[in-house]
Ligand binder design. Structure first.
Ligand code: 6PG
Length: 237
């Protein structure tokens, strides 16, 4: 795991965009399969990507998927697709044939199966799991990643490619990319900003699988990068 720390959230987000562009450039296939996470942290990254890096991004090469999605409609304020559309997709020249959302308003179990089959049908595979070129992850203050929560660790080892996670406090259902395909991604990139992430980043830098995010960081099979600001890195410097 490579830890990359920057003075503030904006510089951290810019560094991750530059890393994404590097991955695109180095991917030996025309279409680059990227899975994006939701939450609040990526919004800044998406704004900066659209506003400062649009000209150097070969948009025609990107196929965008989602790591996870809350089981709500796109118009819902908690929709990851809705957030990505507002901060990125509505500002860049991607055609609908390049963007593959998880349909949050459908039955969660059925959508997890549909999306898993869809992704598996389009991506290269390793050990029977689809391999994304890049999986962008966040880490929750409780140590979750994707929508694999600490009390649902079975999603880290299940053979299902996407599964239904349940938010431990709200009970909200989510369709989530599971541990095994995440571990097989060519590149895994965590984006972490703010002091609340400091204990989790410390866990990622330890060798104890304290939670799903730490498990992914410790067991990912290829390149794992962490992009964090000083505040998130305050427990590891
Ligand atoms: C989600 C995300 C989730 C997120 C972390 C961090 O749907 O919530 O995919 O895994 O990345 O919870 O979220 P913040 O960026 O809001 O801290």
């Amino acid at each position: 795991m490579t830890l990359n720390i920057y003075p503030d959230a904006a510089e951290t987000a810019r560094a991750l965009v530059r890393f994404v562009l590097k991955v695109v450039e180095e991917t030996p296939r025309e279409k680059v399969n990227i899975a994006l996470s939701g939450g609040s942290t990526p919004a800044l990254m998406f704004d900066l990507w659209a506003e400062e890096f649009a000209k150097q991004t070969p948009w025609q090469r990107l196929h965008l998927y989602w790591v996870d999605e809350r089981c709500v409609a796109p118009e819902h304020p908690e929709s990851n697709y809705g957030m990505t559309r507002k901060h990125l997709l509505d500002k860049i020249p991607l055609s609908p044939e390049q963007v593959f959302r998880i349909i949050g308003e459908r039955n969660p179990e059925q959508e997890a199966k549909r999306y898993a089959d869809f992704v598996a049908s389009r991506l290269p595979e390793e050990d029977g799991y689809p391999v994304f070129d890049l999986v962008q992850l966040g880490a929750g203050d409780d140590g979750h990643t994707s929508s694999i929560f600490p009390d649902q660790k079975e999603l880290l080892t299940t053979e299902a490619i996407y599964a239904v996670g349940t938010h431990p406090t709200t009970g909200q259902k989510r369709v989530a990319l599971t541990g095994q395909p995440i571990l097989r991604a060519t590149h895994v990139a965590f984006l972490m900003a703010g002091t609340a992430k400091a204990p989790i980043l410390r866990d990622l830098c330890s060798d104890v699988d304290t939670g799903p995010a730490a498990y992914v960081a410790h067991h990912a099979m290829h390149d794992t990068q962490v992009f964090a600001d000083d505040a998130a890195g305050s427990h590891v410097k």
